[in-house]
Design a protein around this ligand. Structure first.
Ligand code: FAD
Length: 413
């Protein structure tokens, strides 16, 4: 006799930053729900390094609102030993003396524990999230590659297997959360289209060694080629370190990637200037193509999308994961209404409410991430004037600057 199919209330596909964070929030805010998380890559024991795309050599700027959320999940005490506080953000435009400075003390509305935010290396974030998950009741299925999805009147039926050779296994879920990243094959399989804006830019990412202490300052600089960010990192082996995100047109990025370390550092110093002092060395340079990619539907009956598969943003304003965390929190809050989450029509109402609640924040954040780089990167006299006005406006108009700080800090406008 065949075994009855296993049923869970919520199945999350994808154990990256989005899927892992949502699973932790469901545990905290909806302990009545059974949750399974399926990830195609193996998850090593807690403490070991994790080889998932989310937890690569990048660093993530976590806004103050995200720190508050991690604090509520009991994770901030573990994260803070790997995090560098952002006390001040210095925005500048190459070729113009003027710059804008946002300080945690001045923007009290947008700060947590006297920080505008904090920067943490993804390779440190992964083990903390997955170490915490391993201690919960969430069923971790890995390696588990989901290959088929079927929407049925009794919920969603998933088929998955362990590696190419593994036998096919199945699972039924009341609610399917797709968190499988940008260019999601599962969304394509479900017939969910995406709206794409290609920036013809790449982000070069590396860690640099700097001569002097960064003092908790995050720099955001707009050049004719595109925006760049230099973010504080904790010291390692006595060395002052910062995380670089340098956006450039595709062909220029290719040229920069081909430089020796010494040439790269010299070019970086010329382009970035001396605000952060002498840049002494760099680590391995990774490169990411940039686009804005938005799913045309983020939810359906028994189905919701979170993370990069729902919205993939330009990284310069450091908004993508911060927005995702707010989405995950909104979803967990919606599902926390116990009884309604147990039946399909109840969940449909909850998903509708969730989507309504999240619309304004998503529109503002996505628009902000999309417009700021194009405003500051566009060539020409008029755009140059606009750049000045943009910076001037931010520098001189406190409500505008507070709005900018609020948006950058993840509190919404
Ligand atoms: C250069 C750069 C810098 C950034 N900096 C910041 C920043 O400073 N601040 C910020 O807020 N955001 C930042 N972001 C955005 C942030 O990285 C993303 O929000 C985050 O990576 C979202 O991850 P995700 O979990 O949605 O997707 P992913 O990391 O792609 O995870 C998807 C997971 O799903 C798994 N998967 C895929 N298909 C299947 C399947 N069929 N079955 C099972 N598992 C599957 C994959 O193995 C993977 O582990 C940055 C992005 C870039 C590119």
């Amino acid at each position: 006799m065949s075994q009855p199919e296993e049923f869970v209330d919520v199945a999350i596909v994808g154990g990256g930053m989005a899927g892992a964070s949502l699973a932790l929030m469901l545990q905290q805010f909806c302990p009545h729900l059974s949750v399974a998380l399926l990830e195609q890559h193996p998850l090593p024991d807690a403490g070991a390094s994790i080889r998932l795309p989310s937890f690569d050599a990048r660093a993530t700027a976590l806004a103050a609102g995200s720190l508050q959320l991690f604090d509520r999940l009991g994770l901030w005490s573990r994260l803070k030993e790997y995090a560098a506080p952002i006390r001040r953000v210095q925005v500048s435009d190459r070729g113009h003396a003027l710059g804008v400075s946002l300080r945690a003390r001045r923007e009290a509305r947008a700060s947590f524990d006297d920080m505008l935010g904090a920067v943490i290396e993804n390779a440190a974030l992964g083990p903390v999230l997955h170490g915490a998950l391993a201690a919960t009741a969430v069923q971790l299925l890995a390696p588990a590659r989901v290959t088929e999805l079927q929407m049925t009147p009794e919920g969603v039926r998933l088929q998955w297997h362990r590696g190419e050779e593994g036998a096919v296994q199945s699972l039924r879920a009341g609610l399917l959360v797709v968190a499988d990243g940008v260019n999601s094959p599962l969304c394509r399989r479900l017939g969910i289209d995406t709206e794409q804006v290609t920036y013809n830019q790449r982000a070069l990412v590396t860690t640099v060694g700097v001569q002097r202490d960064h003092g908790g300052v995050a720099y955001e600089r707009f050049t004719a080629d595109g925006p760049m960010a230099l973010l504080p990192l904790p010291r390692r082996h006595g060395r002052h370190r910062m995380a670089l995100v340098w956006t450039s047109p595709g062909e220029r990025a290719g040229e920069l990637e081909g430089l020796s370390d010494g040439e790269f550092v010299a070019r970086l110093q010329r382009t970035f200037g001396w605000r952060a002092g002498r840049i002494e060395c760099c680590g391995e340079v990774s490169s990411y193509p940039l686009s804005l990619s938005l799913a045309r539907e983020q939810w359906r009956r028994d189905l919701v999308l979170v993370g990069n598969c729902a919205h993939f943003l330009h990284p310069v304003a450091g908004q993508g994961f911060n927005l995702t965390l707010r989405d995950c929190y909104g979803l967990a809050q919606a599902l926390a209404c116990g009884e309604m989450a147990q039946n399909s029509s109840g969940r449909l109402d909850l998903l509708q409410e969730y989507a309504r609640e999240r619309r304004l924040d998503q529109q503002l954040t996505i628009g902000f991430s999309d417009r700021v780089p194009s405003l500051f990167a566009a060539p020409g006299l008029l755009a140059g004037g606009l750049r000045q006005a943009g910076l001037l406006g931010l520098a001189l108009a406190p409500p505008l600057r507070a709005g900018f700080a609020g948006q950058a800090a993840g509190f919404g406008l």
